[in-house]
Design a protein around this ligand. Structure first.
Ligand code: K2U
Ligand code: ZN
Length: 187
């Protein structure tokens, strides 16, 4: 398995629609495996294909052991609402409070193309919504007020200077440290 480069805010791919997956190949399964490895190395609980520079409509999540590869996912039911702080691996160390549904039902296909349906609540529901947004070019900052989005983007303009281009390369070995002031963004 391989660690993939994470594409950062400013890369146009994060704002593009993804392409539905129609062929469930060994290459696709390798991509999914590499996305899980990359997500863990970045201490994330989700990762969408555009974040690693790919246009396939797929994402991976692992929330407290609830591990899914969701291919061609659709939210078929969303209910309840709660606000919680979120972060994004494509613009690390930028945080914002987002209101999302507290319960969703997602229909998707697995890595073999087999359709499945999953009900999720709380953090897993939030993660599914965050990742499925990525597959349609939407980012959590889009839900912020104008002033909060402007502040977040200004903060990112400073933070992004530590990276070359719009790419973040992860180091093999220990997962990236989690900000102790935001240990569970998304709770
Ligand atoms: O798509 C991503 O950027 C991965 C996010 C997904 C996510 C953000 C907010 C709430 C739920 C999921 C990363 O996992 S951000 C890092 C993180 C780590 C633990 C808990 C929440 C967020
Ligand atoms: Zn994200």
């Amino acid at each position: 398995m391989s660690l993939l480069p994470i594409h950062l805010l400013g890369d146009p791919i994060l704002r593009e629609e993804t392409i539905p997956v129609t062929e469930f190949t060994d290459e696709l399964r390798t991509l999914v495996d590499d996305m899980f490895e990359t997500m863990y190395a970045a201490s994330g609980i989700g990762l969408a294909a555009p974040q690693v520079g790919r246009r396939e409509r797929l994402a991976v999540v692992d929330v407290e052991g609830a591990k899914y590869a969701i291919i061609n996912p659709e939210i078929v039911l969303a209910e309840g609402k709660a606000r919680a702080e979120e972060a994004c691996l494509s613009f690390p160390d930028v945080y914002g409070t987002v209101e999302r549904a507290t319960r969703v039902i997602v229909q998707a296909q697995d890595v073999n193309g087999t359709p499945f349906e999953v009900e999720a609540t709380d953090l897993l529901a939030r993660c599914f919504q965050h990742e499925i947004d990525h597959l349609h070019g939407k980012l959590f900052i889009d839900y912020l007020s104008y002033l909060k989005r402007r502040a977040a983007l200004a903060e990112w303009e400073e933070l992004r200077k530590q990276y070359t281009g719009n790419i973040r390369h992860l180091k093999p070995g220990a997962p990236e440290l989690v900000d102790p002031e935001h240990p569970e963004a998304g709770m």
